[in-house]
Design a protein around this ligand. Structure first.
Ligand code: FES
Ligand code: FES
Length: 187
């Protein structure tokens, strides 16, 4: 008697992977043409994609009054005004500033021009020691004085909370800001 051996199942057809062809990614352009205004000067230039606004101002334009501390948006030393609003230039790419109006601390009293009320207040109230944080505080305070009405206390505190100072203990800085606001809006 013979026993039939079941034949082994025929192998499953090989599954062929589906190849989906997508169009090649567009090559990222490494450079961008931007036009902007910095301290009243109209500038047109090419910037690399990853160039920070802080580095653009300091290294390309020589505006070293904008200080760079943490480079992470924490210390506020790099604050400049972008279309009138304080921003941290270490968190913004120069390529994002197409058409923007940028003001740095150098714009406040160019050449032999007298100090602005904000700068004078920091001077008279001794609102600085080493001065590293000062350009950032001054630019934020300048923006506060340019508002239509006097900012309320919490708004001022909120604006200043984004700035670190390792020297003064903040007391004289607060006095300087109050003096500048008093001069602008009345006591
Ligand atoms: S350097 Fe930009 S926030 Fe500190
Ligand atoms: S004055 Fe030195 S860090 Fe503020």
């Amino acid at each position: 008697m013979t026993t039939s051996v079941p034949s082994s199942p025929s192998p499953a057809p090989a599954v062929r992977p589906t190849v989906v062809r997508t169009p090649p990614l567009a090559e990222p352009s490494g450079w961008h043409e931007i036009r902007l205004t910095v301290n009243g000067d109209r500038i047109a230039c090419q910037v690399e994609s990853r160039l920070l606004l802080s580095d653009f101002l300091r290294d390309r334009l020589g505006l070293t009054g904008t200080h760079v501390g943490c480079e992470h948006g924490v210390c506020g030393a790099c604050t400049v005004l972008l279309d009138g609003a304080p921003v941290r230039s270490c968190l913004i790419l120069a390529a994002q500033c197409e058409g923007a109006d940028i003001r740095t601390v150098e714009s406040l009293a160019p050449g032999d021009a007298p100090l602005t009320a904000v700068q004078r207040a920091f001077h008279e109230c001794h609102g600085m020691q080493c001065g590293f944080c000062t350009p950032g505080f001054v630019m934020t305070t300048t923006a506060l004085t340019e508002q239509a009405g006097r900012p309320a206390g919490p708004e001022v505190a909120d604006a200043l909370s984004g700035h670190l100072c390792r020297c003064t203990g903040y007391r004289n800085i607060r006095r300087a800001v109050c003096q500048a606001l008093d001069e602008r809006f009345g006591e």
